[in-house]
Design a protein around this ligand. Structure first.
Ligand code: NAP
Length: 329
């Protein structure tokens, strides 16, 4: 049995929510095949929802959020994993209703874990985290639908956020011309340094919601925000092209019609990184460790558990820029 530190989200007597650092025992963790000493986690939008009592993400509190974790196996009941193996766990129920990566230990079923690919350090896996995996899945899905770098400009919405910033950097590295849409006018230099060649204001993408179609502009798009912005992007896609939809920061519903689909043959592609099969996750980790390896150091902020509540407030306010890496060592 080991004592460890974890960030715990809990209800306050006044009806609010707070995040506190507590001492826990590994015995208190749920049953599972692998006890993992977590070295790094990362902050995703969903973690901030969990940390502030969103029951759509986490039903029971007190709770330790953290949908991402990378660390070392300290105990294993299965033959596939041995003590000392370096592993990554992202998604499934981690950090939702299973104590997550904002604690120095997790215990999880073996079918949630992937051995660290050789081309990435544990730290690098969590710089990517679920956000990076999701950005890559969006790009892969667009390429499977026929996108190539010579097709034209690819739009990324919510471009300064975790998913968005990795998408901008990865698309740029893969040779695409990238337009970055953002609500943060002061982050143009950051986005250009990641590889964006064009900056689009969020306000511009909010125009035209009442029109059935907009000017054909984008060869493809990675949409991290949803809402009416997503459908305005659908209406601005070039004939036959696609948008990958993965996020909801602008809203979960939108005003739309069938016209872009039946007149321009465009595609709305859904992307999920949580329940994706372990085989598909492992394949994407391999890709991110080799041919899609991208240097993300310029977009990382590293925080301790004690600094996390401030980062949680920032991401909920839509003010996050880049990725937040959580050091639990
Ligand atoms: N499908 C999946 O498997 C999956 C996986 C990971 C994340 N997600 C979702 O993807 C989204 C992005 O996640 P993240 O971790 O990257 O979050 P994030 O770092 O907070 O990025 C979201 C970005 O959205 C933009 N934004 C914020 N509020 C907005 C608003 N009201 N209207 C329009 N844009 C707004 C901001 O970018 P700008 O200021 O640059 O516009 C913000 O930085 C979240 O909705 C998350 O739940 C889904």
């Amino acid at each position: 049995m080991s004592t460890f530190k974890a960030l715990q989200a809990r209800a306050t007597e006044s009806g609010g929510f707070e995040q506190v650092i507590v001492s826990r025992e590994t015995e208190e963790l749920p049953a599972g095949d692998l006890l993992i000493r977590v070295h790094y986690s990362s902050l995703n939008f969903k973690d901030a929802l969990s940390a502030t009592g969103n029951r759509g993400v986490t039903k029971n509190f007190p709770h330790t959020p953290g949908i991402d974790a990378a660390g070392v196996v300290e105990a294993s009941t299965v033959a596939e994993f041995s003590v000392g193996d370096e592993v990554i766990v992202t998604g499934y129920d981690l950090g939702m209703n299973t104590a997550g990566g904002f604690g120095q230990y997790i215990r999880v079923p073996a079918p949630w874990a992937i051995k660290r690919p050789k081309g990435l350090s544990l730290r690098e896996t969590m710089v990517l985290g679920t956000a990076g995996m999701t950005a890559a899945l969006c790009i892969e899905k667009l390429e499977q639908a026929g996108l190539t770098p010579d097709a034209g400009t690819v739009l990324v919405t919510g471009a300064t956020g975790g998913v968005g910033s990795v998408a901008v950097a990865l698309l740029n590295q893969l040779g695409y011309r990238v337009a970055a849409a953002t609500g943060k006018a002061d982050q143009e230099a950051f986005l250009r340094q990641l590889g964006a060649q064009e900056i689009v204001s969020r306000a511009a993408l909010e125009e035209g919601t009442d029109k059935p179609l907009l000017k054909e502009q984008w060869a493809a798009a990675v949409d991290c925000v949803g809402g009416d912005i997503l459908f305005n992007v659908v209406k601005s896609l070039r004939y036959g092209s696609s948008v990958a939809c993965c996020g909801l920061t602008a809203g979960t519903s939108f005003k739309g019609s069938v016209l872009p689909f039946i007149l321009r043959g465009v595609n709305l592609l859904g992307v999920d990184s949580v329940e994706l099969s372990l085989v598909a996750k492992a394949s994407m980790w391999d890709k991110l460790s080799l041919q899609w390896k991208v240097d993300l150091e310029s977009l990382v902020t590293e925080v301790s558990l004690a600094q996390l509540p401030e980062s949680i407030d920032r991401i909920l306010a839509g003010k996050q820029v880049g990725r937040v890496l959580v050091d639990l060592s």
